[in-house]
Design a binder for this molecule. Structure first.
Ligand SMILES: [Zn+2]
Length: 586
């Protein structure tokens, strides 16, 4: 037995040594261009597509075999190169990147080897069904009732909504297997795909024809170009053009239903009958949101859409300029921030996810502040904290273990905000970064910088374009802040009061000398509040990474307590932020 075991081990070892030479590199190619014609038959839940895709070899090796993947409920019909049918083997490939938990993979042998950086155009045809399917969640133990609220993608007569890569591979993708149960594997694979496809051109014309007259009347595509919204015409046909010159972080998504249309272009609003009151909160939110966004970001002009869910428990979803959110309930706060978010996208296009989404989430918090004060805004931001706290704690721990000198070598850990395709970073962390910048430079300077922002100028020529815009408006050096929060991932700060010495001047004025220490590797300007007789005083102080900073504060009475950070700076440890000043020291 033991010998056999060893033989098996040896054999396994030999096989794995040989494997790399012949193994299929599923991520060797990037699909740089999609040009698809998609037909929907909601009655049969069917989707049929044909078109062309362009594959570019982004690996360092010549490649002849490619693995084209679709959702496992779709089947490959034809694959042609240079007008000739090519042979392919179709096989199921287990991967949680699709809602069905598997992909239909076509292993294609190309007529000729494709050299690194070279491209090949492939004509494709595929068809199948897209029913509601929560397999990737139910097989890790999520109850079906709950799974269907987040895995809501489907084609059906009453409601059709299908998200792209990461949810349903309704267009071809090329990825390594992703596993929901294995830590972050699913998100890593999906984010890697997004990053590879960010510069890709995507065009899909989606058409539905119906003779019965009972078919859905509106089709919506996450708007990127013209004809993003289609309404049923006299030929009983509805279509929408989903096109992007570059995808950036967008996931191509389409929806179709018998929607009630309350659009005021460029703001499109679609709701289900029976959700009138909820839809009205959205319609009413438009005017004040428009005013707020115009003032901060300029006039919203590009089309954006908010569409309702048939199932009120469906988890909201946003990609690019399409937001899907239930209008079954009336929540005017939520409607207000959702409309603000989409209008920011309409006013401020950007290819940088941390700018595009980060500013939209920041705007939600600013809008909440305008209506309910700073604490309401911080509560809203606080809901983002958990999203990135764990991964940032890992970064902080790794940096602590390896010492500060090795920070530069820690690049693989964490995600520099500037180039990340990880949603928790470009949405949640970015929202905080913009909020901190605003606290540091003030509303007026930040508004000025934002109004000067041009997506086309924010390219690789000046990688510090955003920093320079804000520095120019604020007349303040922010290089250290951008280094710690945007260009690198240095984890989070960790503030505490190192010491506090109360004393009195000759004239009897009470003063406290406060020294704050930052135990983390990211610096920040942090507010601290001194609680004293007769009230409290809040000041702000810049504490660099691993640094200390001291300041004197004049008080109306005896100080009793110092609280560092009102929640506006994300910190790795919030348990050491309250400092009691011993009564004897006063
Ligand atoms: Zn957004």
């Amino acid at each position: 037995m033991r010998l056999l075991g060893w033989l098996g081990l040896l054999f396994g070892l030999t096989a794995s040594l040989i494997a790399p030479a012949t193994a299929l590199d599923r991520e060797a190619f990037t699909i740089t261009r999609y040009d698809l014609e998609v037909r929907l038959e909601p009655g049969q839940q069917r989707l049929g597509a044909r078109g062309k895709i362009t594959l570019r070899n982004d690996s360092g090796q010549p490649q002849r075999v490619v693995a084209l993947q679709l959702s496992s409920s779709l089947n490959w019909r034809s694959i042609r190169v240079d007008g000739k049918t090519v042979q392919f083997v179709s096989q199921p490939y287990i991967s949680d990147i699709d809602h069905t938990g598997a992909l239909s993979e076509a292993i294609v042998t190309l007529p000729a080897e494709i050299k690194p950086k070279d491209s090949v155009e492939v004509e494709i045809g595929y068809e199948g069904v897209i029913p509601l399917d929560g397999t990737r969640l139910t097989r890790i133990g999520v109850p079906e009732e709950i799974a269907k609220h987040s895995s809501w993608d489907q084609i059906s007569p009453s409601f059709t909504a299908v998200r792209g890569a990461g949810y349903v591979a309704w267009y071809p993708i090329m990825t390594e297997s992703a596993d929901f149960s294995e830590g972050n594997s699913l998100f890593e694979v999906a984010d890697r795909w997004k990053a590879r496809e960010s510069g890709s051109e995507f065009k899909a014309r989606i058409v539905m024809t119906d003779a019965t007259g009972e078919a859905p009347r509106f089709m919506i595509c996450s708007p990127g170009g013209q004809r993003l919204i289609g309404a049923m015409d006299r030929a009983q046909q509805v279509s929408a053009e989903c096109s992007w010159r570059r995808l950036d972080a967008v996931t191509p998504t389409f929806a179709m239903a018998n929607y009630h249309d309350q659009s005021k272009p460029p703001f499109y609003l679609f709701s289900f009958p029976g959700h009138e009151a909820g839809a009205a909160t959205y319609a009413n939110a438009l005017a004040p949101a428009m005013k707020f966004v115009s003032e901060w970001f300029g006039p919203p002009s590009a089309p954006v859409a908010i569409a309702d869910f048939a199932d009120p428990n469906s988890a909201p979803y946003e990609s690019g300029t399409l937001l899907m959110a239930s209008m079954a309930a009336q929540d005017s706060n939520l409607a207000g921030t959702n409309v603000v978010h989409e209008l920011v996208h309409s006013a401020l296009p950007s290819s940088r996810p941390w700018v595009y989404e980060g500013l939209a989430h920041f705007a939600e918090a600013m809008y909440r502040q305008q209506q309910g004060g700073r604490q309401a805004a911080l509560d809203l931001l606080g809901r983002h904290r958990a999203a990135f706290l764990d991964s940032e704690k890992e970064v902080s721990a790794a940096l602590r273990k390896n010492g500060e000198q090795k920070v530069v070598e820690q690049k693989l850990i964490g995600q520099p905000l500037a180039g990340t395709f990880d949603e928790t970073y470009y949405r949640s962390k970015a929202a905080y970064v913009w909020w901190m910048l605003c606290d540091m430079v003030g509303d007026d300077a930040l508004k000025q910088a934002i109004r000067k922002y041009r997506a086309e100028e924010d390219n690789s020529k000046d990688p510090k374009y955003v920093e320079h815009l804000i520095e120019a408006a604020a007349k303040r050096d922010l290089g250290w802040f951008f280094d710690d929060w945007v260009y690198q991932d240095r984890g989070l700060p960790d503030f505490h009061v190192q010491s506090a010495h109360p004393w009195k001047t000759e004239n009897g004025v009470q003063i406290v000398t406060v020294t704050l220490e930052n135990l983390g590797n990211a610096g920040a300007e942090v507010p601290f509040t001194i609680i004293c007789e007769g009230g409290e005083i809040t000041k702000r102080i810049e504490v660099r990474a691993k640094g200390i900073a001291t300041t004197r504060v004049e008080l109306p009475g005896t100080a009793s307590e110092i609280v560092v950070n009102d929640g506006s700076v994300p910190e790795s440890d919030l348990t050491n932020n309250v400092f009691k000043i011993p009564a004897s020291s006063n």
